[in-house]
Design a protein around this ligand. Structure first.
Ligand code: SF4
Ligand code: SF4
Length: 185
């Protein structure tokens, strides 16, 4: 058994009933991650997107998660408290069948990073700007194996190699350089 160490796990709970569709979360996220920081906002670059249908009163904030390389077969429908949702509405992946969670210039997948370079102790930007309090930030401590962390580092290397394979070295490097300018800004 490897050594155990404490790790802070950050989560955001979504209270769908409180979301009023204002899209402030999209604006805040895209502005925080703009390069330079706060220089622009564009919901297409946001790592949280609002699935929205005012006619049926559907407002569903969804965070970007892992990329899915292939379309899935998920075409089911859910009825929750009288509102109808598509299965894809709940999906957190950038996938080939839709445009959300893809960086508009490069097409690279976007993923929520929980605003990792935000001021320590402050909640993520989308939570701060959701005045309806539909987004609730929570932290908890978990014990993790140090060996598992080493495996994750290996995963990053594999993921990087796969991205270069798919998008080409120059495109990936250009995106990283934009991201590093954003971090310095
Ligand atoms: S800021 Fe809050 S209320 Fe507005 S769209 Fe986002 S989750 Fe919904
Ligand atoms: S936690 Fe940060 S990165 Fe994630 S969606 Fe909210 S503002 Fe964007």
């Amino acid at each position: 058994m490897g050594e155990k160490k404490k790790k802070v796990v950050k989560t955001i709970k979504i209270d769908v009933d409180k979301c009023n569709g204002c899209r402030a979360c999209e604006v805040a996220c895209s502005a925080f991650h703009a390069s330079p920081k706060y220089s622009s906002n564009n919901p297409a670059r946001s790592r949280i997107r609002l699935i929205r249908d005012p006619l049926t009163d559907v407002y569903l904030p969804v965070y970007a998660g892992e990329e899915a390389k292939a379309e899935c077969m998920g075409r089911g429908k859910y009825v929750i408290e009288g509102k109808e949702y598509q299965e894809c509405d709940f999906c957190r992946s950038a996938c080939p069948s839709r445009d959300i969670f893809k960086e508009p210039d490069s097409g690279l997948p976007l993923k929520c990073d929980m605003c990792e370079d935000n001021t320590p102790g402050e909640p993520p930007l989308c939570v701060q700007w959701c005045l309806a309090e539909a987004l609730i930030y929570e932290e908890r401590e978990e014990e993790v194996d140090e060996a598992a962390d080493e495996i994750k580092a290996a995963d990053v290397q594999i993921g990087l190699a796969a991205m270069i394979d798919k998008y080409g070295f120059q495109k990936v490097m250009d995106t990283f350089s934009r991201m590093s300018v954003s971090k310095q800004g």
